[in-house]
Design a protein around this ligand. Structure first.
Ligand SMILES: C[S@@+](CC[C@H](N)C(=O)[O-])C[C@H]1O[C@@H](n2cnc3c(N)ncnc32)[C@H](O)[C@@H]1O
Length: 368
């Protein structure tokens, strides 16, 4: 059996992979590093320079990022001048990508912003009624109801996406642990951070500006979709960047459990009924085969098969299941040449103890 090539970062310079050619610019575009960071499980924001080094050596004009999450890798590829399709099965993450990746021109101008802040009180009070005593202050909840009603009146989808992206980042910043699994008195997490002193409305005003700054035209028609990976219509792209969730050794990797509030907020919980019996007013989980040992191997196989006509770049980490060897074997079923790039990495997520546990080796498997 053919062995895949493993490349340590310091060896990358002397080995030239087969498709290492055109468009190499060697320096990561500055705007990719300025992408607004979201505290999001599995975000690759801090790995962008390393991911860039690998992508930059590959020949591609169009790219699909079907697990786009925060959108930072899609945005990197947009900044590299490629035509990008970003997709995720969550509504709030695809909305962020609509604001930053798909949107080439539209800003949320002062007039539109004033329209969002208008009105003394909201007509619909779902957020205040549902989340009082669970998350945020009563003023924050009232603001969320009011601004949500006004956002839905915006007719431009990209202005609407910017407003939602700003709201989502505001809510994440204002949530002491950046996840929505715990509720009530969270003052023990208050370490004096500015993010916890600002109201959601004050954050929102800042974040609209932040997302307006991300808008640029790379001369390509980029797209943001909301779709399960396996339901994505076939489209011809030169490269797919795959960053699925990992089956963790312990705990779970459920995105809805951690971010249900943002997912609901992104559509005012329409079609997403809350389970009133839960303490944090969760919505239903979404099934993904990448979360379970019994389904993950088959899911990787099907995924590689689906994208066999494109170059594949897979992000993976040493604490995931299946392990690297199995993934290489699966990828080699569809690709003649597989290279593995490695980088030690420490995830800053969760409590102090779990941070210690999250020292991993990050892999990029490149199949062509
Ligand atoms: C590891 S995260 C991606 C992180 C992203 N690359 C970033 O840097 O922010 C995995 C993403 O896959 C999405 N996801 C999980 N299962 C999915 C599926 N079956 N189809 C589409 N998206 C899925 C999750 O919502 C999550 O955003």
């Amino acid at each position: 059996m053919r062995k895949a090539l493993h490349i340590q970062p310091d060896l990358e310079a002397v080995l030239s992979p087969p498709a290492a050619e055109s468009k190499s610019s060697s320096i990561i575009p500055a705007r990719a590093l300025e992408y607004p960071e979201l505290r999001y499980m599995g975000s690759k924001t801090r790995l962008l320079p390393w991911i860039f080094e690998t992508l930059d050596k590959l020949d591609f004009e169009s790219a699909l990022d079907p697990f786009s999450g925060t959108g930072c890798v899609s945005y990197l590829m947009k900044a590299m001048g490629r035509r990008v399709v970003a997709s995720d099965f969550l509504n709030f993450t695809s909305t962020v990508a609509r604001a930053t990746v798909e949107n080439n021109r539209t800003h949320l101008d002062e007039r539109a912003l004033q329209g969002l802040l208008r009105g003394a009180s909201a007509k619909r009070k779902f957020i205040e009624q549902t989340f009082s005593g669970v998350f945020y202050t009563p003023e924050d909840l009232r603001f969320l109801d009011r601004v949500s009603g006004n956002i839905r009146k915006l007719t431009d989808p990209h202005q609407q996406a910017i407003a939602y992206a700003a709201l989502i980042r505001s809510c994440l910043k204002r949530q002491p642990r950046g996840v929505f699994t715990i509720s009530g008195d969270l003052s023990r997490y208050d370490d004096g951070r500015r993010d916890l002193r600002l109201s959601v409305e004050e954050h929102f005003l800042e974040q609209v500006e932040v997302y307006n700054t991300t808008v640029f035209d790379n001369g390509r028609r980029n797209l943001a979709l909301r779709s399960d990976l396996f339901e994505l219509p076939r489209r011809k792209v030169d490269l797919v960047y795959l960053d699925p969730p990992y089956v963790p050794r312990s705990d779970d990797n459920c995105y809805v459990k951690r971010y249900h509030f943002l997912e609901g907020l992104s559509c005012y919980w329409e079609g997403m009924p809350v389970d009133a019996s839960t303490k944090v007013k969760k919505i239903a989980k979404k099934f993904t085969p990448f979360s379970y040992r019994r389904t993950a191997v088959e899911a990787f196989d099907q995924m590689f098969s689906k994208f066999k006509s494109s170059k594949i770049v897979l992000s993976y980490s040493s604490n995931g299941f299946p392990d690297l060897e199995q993934l290489e074997t699966l990828m080699r079923k569809y690709k003649d040449h597989v290279q593995v790039f490695e980088k030690p990495h420490r995830y800053h997520f969760g409590t102090h103890r779990s941070v210690a546990r999250s020292s991993v080796i990050e892999y990029l498997l490149v199949g062509q």
